[in-house]
Design a protein around this ligand. Structure first.
Ligand SMILES: [Zn+2]
Length: 435
């Protein structure tokens, strides 16, 4: 039993956005079993292992709703290009270094960057999913991923039937690898690269397995145009026609959705993973976060792969999302910091179908918890914890990280892996294969 003692703020992200001051939280096994005033809690759990969080802020772990963790190995390989130029450069580089081993090495690097940045859960799409998942789980991340689908071989050189076989075996693979609970997931790349008849097969399998689906959708205008040219319909319409939209998918990016598409997505319970860092850097466009929320779409936040954004920093993503929403609306009151923090926590959990397990600090939920050190010049004075989290704090402020009750970061150091070993393996693989 672990007692996180005397946090200056406990930002719960519960339905009332409750913030407790000078309070404590108790973890037993994987779950939060109590929280409340520091003195009372300490008296109630004298046997607990106490971690003193005086001068720290405790909040739910951040949820990165769209990423490609192994692409940390491709950081910086494609600069000054749009999505199509990016894909050309990256696919060539992937063919060179992103084999199964490169995927595993990159996943470990990406997961390490994630947990040190306060991210406890990531929804991840990449080739060689078993190697990807094993690497991320070893670091301690709650890692939601599954087989990726293209209607062509791709760098992993699989036929369509082989991809479907991999997907049918995924539940077994997942249970063999172990780690914190995650739902099954199927990750078709996008409606341009996966034919409609293949999307339909993925939807049928998702129903059979109870899997969630995530898919890139309308990231930029040329993607919409190319999809119409290839398959006769816009991406969202293809997802609707093939039954995918009925399965409440997590639509990655969703930058260029028209009103009818947004209302359809909202009506069907679809969600959007908003990735402002990637969208700005590739000049893909500016998703109108406020409009999506008004339309009734659940919107979480994502970093995208670190070859587009160029890191996995969800504090940066929160700040970009907040500022972009205000700029797009020409209104500094367009969205509150509280709403942004909810997007990066409980709304992401909702999109994953995991709102009953993670995304907030409430008794009975799994203990995915992070703490930030507050006694630093850039965090003083502190008027509102939510505003501080979005506009002043950064990932270097993250001190302790728990995933499913296990401490995976202790005073900025990972507990399960060696950063030196992970970084040298990453460098060695990237350089070795490039020679
Ligand atoms: Zn992506």
């Amino acid at each position: 039993m672990i007692l996180l003692h005397n946090a200056r703020y406990l930002v719960t992200c519960d339905p009332h956005d409750t913030v407790l001051e000078n309070s404590s939280l108790v973890i037993h096994d994987t779950k939060i079993i109590d929280l409340g005033p520091a003195k009372e809690i300490k008296n109630s759990y004298p046997q607990a292992q106490l971690i003193d969080l005086t001068d720290q802020l405790v909040m739910p772990g951040l949820i990165n709703l769209h990423t490609h963790l192994p692409m940390t190995l491709l950081r910086g390989v494609a600069e000054g290009v749009d999505l199509q130029g990016f894909l050309e450069l990256v696919w060539a580089e992937e063919a060179r270094i992103m084999d199964a081993e490169g995927t595993y090495i990159g996943a470990r690097l990406g997961a390490l960057e994630s947990i040190l940045s306060g991210t406890t859960t990531a929804l991840d799409m990449y080739f060689h999913p078993a190697h990807n998942h094993r690497g991320a789980v070893e670091v301690g991340l709650r890692h939601v991923t599954g087989p990726v689908f293209f209607s062509f071989p791709g760098p992993d050189n699989l036929t369509w039937d082989q991809r479907m076989d991999l997907a049918r075996a995924w539940p077994q693979t997942l249970s063999e690898i172990g780690g914190p609970y995650v739902p099954l997931a199927l990750t078709p790349h996008c409606p341009l690269t996966v034919k409609p008849e293949h999307l339909r097969q993925i939807g049928e399998l998702a129903i059979e397995q109870g899997a969630i689906i995530t898919v890139h959708t309308s990231e930029n205008i040329p993607e919409n145009d190319d999809t119409i040219a290839a398959h006769g319909e816009r991406p969202t319409h293809l997802l609707d026609l093939t039954g995918i939209l009925d399965l409440k998918p997590v639509l990655a990016h969703g930058v260029h959705l028209n009103e009818a598409e947004r209302l359809l997505i909202a009506a069907k319970g679809g969600c959007v993973a908003h990735c402002p860092g990637s969208n700005l850097k590739l000049a893909s466009g500016a998703a109108d976060l406020v409009q999506y929320r008004e339309d009734g779409i659940t919107v979480g936040l994502g970093s995208d792969g670190s070859s587009t954004s160029n890191d996995l920093d969800m504090f940066a993503v929160m700040r970009l999302a907040a500022n972009l929403a205000r700029l797009v609306r020409n209104d500094p009151a367009a969205i509150t910091s509280t709403q942004i923090v909810r997007s990066a926590t409980i709304d992401g959990a909702t999109a994953l179908g995991m709102a009953d397990r993670i995304g907030s600090l409430e008794v009975g939920k799994e203990a995915d918890v992070i703490s930030l050190a507050l006694n630093q010049p850039h965090l003083v004075p502190l008027h509102d914890p939510f505003t501080t989290i979005v506009y002043s704090a950064g990932r270097a402020d993250v001190r302790h990280v728990f995933v499913a009750g296990e401490q995976v970061v202790d005073n900025r150091m990972p507990t399960k892996v060696s950063p030196e070993e992970i970084m040298s393996a990453a460098l060695g693989h990237a350089q070795g294969q490039n020679l």
